[in-house]
Design a protein around this ligand. Sequence first.
Ligand code: MG
Ligand code: ZN
Length: 490
Amino acid sequence: MSSHSTLRNLALGAAALSLPVALVATGADAHNHPRRASASPLIERAAAGPVDQHGGARRITRDQTQLIADAVKGSAAKNVILVIGDGMGDSEITVARNYLKGAGGFFPGIDALPLTGQLTHYSVERETGLPDYTPDSAATGTAWATGTKTYDNAVSVDRNGTPQQTVLQLAKKGGRATGNVSTSEIQDATPAVQVSHVSLRRCYGPVATTASCPENAKENGGLGSISEQLLDTRPDLTFGGGSATFTEVAKAGQWAGQTLADQARARGFQYLTDKAGLASLKRADQDKPVLGLFSPGNMPVRFAPLVATRGGADLPAATCQPEPTSAQVPSLREMTGKAIELLSKSRTGKKNGFFLQVESASIDKKDHAADLCGQIGETQQLDEAVTKALEFARADKNTLVIVTADHAHTSQIVDGATPGLDARVRTADGAEMVVAYGTSATAGGMQHTGSQVRVAGYGPGAANVVGLIDQTDLFFTMRDSMAAWTRANR
Ligand code: MG
Ligand code: ZN
């Protein structure tokens, strides 16, 4: 992948860099210049090149006033697609862009959204309500899913344990089709926040819930584990990993004594666990909802590990290699494309619109592991999912797309060897980049960080992501945009 683009960029320079951009920006209307396609502008921001010439590194080559004016499209959205890069701070985006596209390069998904801002993503302490400056994915997901800041490890409950209605649940109540897609276990915090309410994120199934969240356990009159609540919330479509928990047996309720997989089938879900099943799916709706779980745990990632080490910056520059097991599962692009296709074509989705959350989960997991290539590949997966969302939104014209991260993370681009762990890679520019992981003495323990993260939007309602916002603002923006469309189209 990278060696191919490296060669191409070296051989053709700026012309090669700008080619894919032009194709994406114009989509099917290859004859219309994107800047004139006033209905739905995307930006193109690849450097004109060569970057070492006067003006060559410029990303803006003409006045943007009309483009930005055209990007503000009212605030009523029939459909909302929220794309989350877990742990995808500015640093992770830049690392991946440098490696995959070059310093002056451009992601056709992440970088094409015309309206951008930054969001604050602190959580709050359970006991005191004071800010916690380095939140986890449960608290941050709860923030955009419900509009309520909560403590780390909480899944869509406030700091007193009270369940907060999620934007997916609200969308469903309002008559929309709903979907939830992730590359992690579907019970992991980011997907879990849309479909469940538990006091601790680890309460995946009945076993952990009895042990760690007894107040949520079915046998104690609670809403049940994350997996059981997923079945109750019943989104039209759920894709991810996490089939292992579905072998657990319900302890109470109508399906007591049965596995959660059997319960899903008994309740009408199309339960599938392989790539071929995904390809053959024809529908996803309330009569035949889909639960596609493509691996027992988190899904395999795209690139084989390149783990930073002490002195790694002094090793020869490496190139990321494919991870063979990733071919056994669908890519995030495939899952996102299928989700959009099924939701938009379902009777409910066509008439009333849909809400879809998509997550590239393992940017975070590989950053924790100081795995540079792992992290880069999952950022690429995120970009491809965004490209799918923008393709649909551009044609549809009534779809709000929001792309952001839940929190910032460890990796930093540095000049050379650090006292901690680092790694050196050769980028698409043919240049070398050193990335440091300095928040833990060992790979595996790298920490989340507290810097604000980027948020970008496209379509109706996207003006509300511009400037400095808080993560909780996303809930209100999504809710209000969907409500406005519903009012206008009742
Ligand atoms: Mg996550
Ligand atoms: Zn994390």
